[in-house]
Design a protein around this ligand. Structure first.
Ligand code: ISL
Ligand code: CA
Length: 554
């Protein structure tokens, strides 16, 4: 028996503030911009907004490098703007969760400035410092963003640890005082009334303390060495006890670098750590570091099933994209003019009929696509620049790296939101944007979607409406009924008093699909090709390319 909790029932909409809506013409999205779109979010029908980092930051990694945890990034606005946003969302019954980046800070944070200044500084131990080995760093650990994970700094010639960019020094969670400072800043935002946190790379906070060199296998996937360190559970339990348990909030951890078993431990309700975690296996199907390889539908379905099959003390999450991944229609659907709309709607149905708290990324509700990058200077991402030398050294040519990036770069999801067919897609009134606007904006934009009642946006709305408050669909069991089928993704959601049947043709060819007789009499309640509703009379369905159907038992 699954325990009902409000946070299990939410559909969360992720906003990447830099790219959502610019209010003052400087080409950078901001909080007043988001405020101007609250009605839009409300009309879509989502329950929660997850705001990617909005804190003061020098933007080495677009806000995932925080200089002051209690200040709003100047480009985004002020604390008053933040309060206005929070209240505006709450007035419409929408919750707000914020992005807690506490594995590392910016090197411009005052803690780090102090820490670097001398070995005896009281803040020294807030970060992880080690002497080098002769002229080399303390060990061979690599940074996810290229080069060594160690950087020499300060007058003593020691090295500090940074799993990400060198402007993102890792915080030393071994230090009790640091932990308490973090609890304090969490309380600062919780006392304002935020409804929870998305916790950036939370599985990395406890560092393996041996600092041994990695072998070649380890070097291929350093996240497995870095994640789930010896004191992770202790730290999370303590944070829960000291802070989270005192508020009625939701937490979702970016549990990057683990496996199912490890992830389930941090989200097991009996452990009192965090509520939810993102699993990346399904989203990253076919990904091998910087390459997006071919993948098959059965492979994907098995990963989805594994996520869904968690025991009753855990609750899954479901998402198909975020700010670190390509656009969903470009990866999982077909972004050609012929099938972009149909396949985007199919993905909407997949997303909103799964078991788990659901995360939808900005722009997917209007079918935004990957950006056609033609040269390196069009990218902004620190990860792409930082890893360039390593990737070329490992045998890629600039052309092949660019081709890989066109499939998987993080910047695809970060181009400005396309609001209209006017200047710069209506994102800004100015003449520049921090990252290029996708040239397809005259066709793919919010205005067009709002006006056309058969649009992707309206399809999302209808599905959100079907899902809302629907315990059978939200809590119902998940059962894949054709897991080895190469084209069709078909599953049931078996609730207490109703069963739903979802049939998705994830291919561009027509396919006949046979159903068990037990589905006779099920009613088609929504499909992505027309407004027809029918009843299943024959057990053989003929599905059009990218057709998606949702049936309900009677
Ligand atoms: O996006 C990735 C690879 O393309 C991941 O390796 C990503 O870096 C990892 O999932 C951690 O992501 C999070 O922390 C990073 C930040 O850059 C990402 O945007 C954030 O989601 C460092 O804070
Ligand atoms: Ca702005």
């Amino acid at each position: 028996e699954i325990k009902k909790e409000w946070w299990k029932e939410q559909v969360v909409y992720q906003i990447y503030p830099r790219s959502f809506k610019d209010s003052n013409g400087d080409g950078i999205g901001d909080i007043p911009g988001i405020i101007s779109k609250i009605d839009y979010l409300d009309s879509l029908g989502i329950d929660v907004v997850w705001l990617s980092p909005h804190f003061d930051s020098p933007n080495a990694d677009n806000g995932y490098d925080i200089r002051d945890y209690r200040k709003v990034m100047e480009e985004f606005g002020t604390l008053e703007d933040f309060d206005t946003l929070l209240n505006g969302l709450h007035d419409r019954g929408i919750k707000l969760i914020i992005d807690l980046v506490i594995n590392h800070s910016s090197d411009e944070h005052k803690w780090f400035q102090e820490s670097m200044s001398s070995k005896d500084n009281p803040y020294r131990d807030y970060y992880i410092w080690k002497p080098g080995k002769e002229t080399n760093p303390p060990n061979n650990w690599p940074s996810f963003f290229g080069g060594s994970a160690w950087e020499q700094a300060g007058p003593d010639g020691e090295y500090y640890l940074h799993y990400f960019a060198k402007k993102q020094p890792d915080l030393n969670w071994e230090n009790q005082q640091l932990r308490e400072e973090i609890y304090e800043l969490m309380r600062f935002w919780l006392d304002k009334g935020v409804d929870g946190f998305r916790m950036d790379v939370i599985a990395l906070i406890s560092k393996p303390q041996n600092f041994d060199d990695m072998d070649n296998e380890g070097l291929k996937h350093p996240e497995y060495t870095y994640a789930y360190g010896p004191r992770l559970h202790e730290f999370l339990k303590d944070m829960n006890k000291e802070v989270l348990s005192k508020y009625d909030v939701m937490t979702v951890g970016e549990a990057y670098g683990g496996n199912a078993e490890k992830t389930l431990e941090i989200t097991d309700e009996r452990n009192n750590e965090i509520d939810l975690a993102f699993w990346f296996d399904a989203v990253r199907v076919g990904r091998d570091n910087f390459k997006q390889n071919e993948w098959t539908l059965p492979e994907f379905k098995k990963l989805v099933k594994a996520q869904s099959d968690v025991n009753s003390h855990n609750w899954p999450t479901f998402f198909l994209g975020n700010h670190d991944n390509p656009r969903v229609v470009s990866k999982f659907g077909d972004d050609s003019p012929e099938f972009r709309v149909t396949s985007s709607k199919l993905l909407a149905m997949l997303l909103l009929t799964q078991r788990g708290t659901t995360f939808l990324y900005q722009g997917d509700e209007i079918g935004m696509t990957n950006y056609p990058f033609t040269s390196f200077d069009q990218f902004d991402d620190v990860e792409i620049k930082g890893n360039y030398n390593k990737i070329i050294a490992s045998g890629s040519t600039p052309e092949s790296y660019l081709a890989d990036l066109n499939k998987m770069a993080r910047d695809h999801a970060r181009t400005p939101m396309q609001w209209s067919n006017t200047n710069k897609a209506g994102f800004t009134s100015g003449d520049k944007t921090w990252l290029g606007v996708n040239p397809n904006y005259p066709e793919i934009n919010v205005n067009n979607n709002l006006q056309d009642k058969h649009s992707i946006f309206h399809f999302y709305r209808r599905l959100l409406n079907i899902r809302k408050g629907n315990d059978n669909l939200i809590y119902g069991d998940y059962k894949d009924i054709a897991i080895d089928h190469p084209q069709v993704f078909a599953y049931t959601r078996i609730g207490k008093n109703k069963t739903y049947l979802v049939v998705l043709n994830m291919s561009k060819s027509m396919v006949d699909f046979s159903l068990d007789n037990k589905f006779k009499g099920y009613n088609l309640i929504i499909n992505n090709l027309n407004d027809d509703t029918t009843t299943i009379e024959h057990n053989k369905l003929t599905l059009q390319p990218w057709e998606a159907r949702l049936y309900e038992s009677n």
